[in-house]
Design a protein around this ligand. Sequence first.
Ligand SMILES: Cc1cc2nc3c(=O)[nH]c(=O)nc-3n(C[C@H](O)[C@H](O)[C@H](O)COP(=O)(O)OP(=O)(O)OC[C@H]3O[C@@H](n4cnc5c(N)ncnc54)[C@H](O)[C@@H]3O)c2cc1C
Length: 400
Amino acid sequence: MKSISERTGFILGIAVKCIRYYGWRQKPTHRCITGTRSRCCSILLGKMLPDEETDRLSTLLWKVIEEAFEYSAEAHKDHGQSIPAKDSLYDFIQRRCNEELKDEREQDTLLQMSEMWGAYVGEPVWKQSLRFAWMEECCGGEEMFVASNYSAIMDRISKAATDKAEILLGKRVVSVRTPKERTSGQKVCVTTDDGSIREFDEVVMSTPLGWLKKYPDCFIPSLPPRLTSAIDNLKLSQLEKVFITFPTAFWIEDKTNDSFPSYTNWLRPRYAEETNPHHWPQEIWNLAAFSPPNNHPTILFYLYGDCSRHINSDCTPQAILATEWLKDELNGHGSYCNFQTGIEEADKDVEAFKEGCVERRLWFCGEHAAPFEECGTVAGAYLSGESTGVKVAGLYGLKA
Ligand SMILES: Cc1cc2nc3c(=O)[nH]c(=O)nc-3n(C[C@H](O)[C@H](O)[C@H](O)COP(=O)(O)OP(=O)(O)OC[C@H]3O[C@@H](n4cnc5c(N)ncnc54)[C@H](O)[C@@H]3O)c2cc1C
């Protein structure tokens, strides 16, 4: 089978697109991060909306989303109890939209635009818990787009491990036996699928949330109830990308003055009943809009929620590359955790992972154990590993 880069002609960052600016941490990699020409466009009923309307409504939409973050952060001071668990971000946007806009057509357009939230969290905006919207706030603030690929960032964040640790590849963990008490003097035993057993003073589990959901019995004895319910409560979203590469970027007519938008959003298309009876919105990034040498004659589609599930089960792309995280056990059969309507204590669930089972010499890290504002991101996964490392080192009197 051909590799991704053989099929598309270049190395793709298939998992990530944006990095929230995080102080010094991204500085070494700034040189590989460039912006795109940032023209965005929205297609309503098959026709492009005027730029002025797209800009005005999307600015208003982000203002309302920021308000929702503030509203839920304020409610969080009282443990979020003033916001019913079933309320969604969409409910909030709908309320504010009616207050902000008089024109019914504009109200409807803004609500349709709000569906782009799906491509951030991987599930529709009406599934986003309003009570825990504050935990998604990393989608606000300054964002960067990686125009090349993630390799420079991977090199940087894996350096400590590749320099100093013994890394065993091609082995899957199948069980983790922990002592009941730290003082017992027993070690943690990890068994891999080749039958080998290794002993460790401390173990940090970085398997994805979806893997923990699938194999709760891999821990002996079972995990404490707070962690078991955190694994149950936090949901996984379904975000996928599809890259379609052409011999040339035929959609750019004037190569010297590229005016094709870098981002296009087809708002709830109702005019393709045969191929899209559920009117799933479609959004594309035009990778030809990058500056050289990172521009490619490629269109990148973002798919989420039911649309992702549909593509995964029904389509067999041949000339295009479609990620299939849903089928990948090592990725936990999903993209990353999110906080859906109905969840009661998402913050405490994440806290449970962050605390781990110190008594049992067992720790957790990954995007689901990240600082609240960084859950679901690479930066969050990295930070969770780093802070767990600091805690473990501290137990042994070591300075990190
Ligand atoms: C389509 C998509 C778009 C995204 N966009 C962005 C973005 O723009 N910005 C951003 O910051 N993040 C983005 N993310 C999220 C980001 O990719 C994840 O949050 C991050 O990779 C999670 O890191 P992790 O270490 O928790 O888990 P993973 O990266 O899933 O790492 C888990 C590791 O555990 C290994 N493993 C699994 N099971 C076992 C086992 N039994 N034994 C041994 N090893 C095992 C796996 O092989 C894997 O290496 C996106 C994700 C997707 C799917």
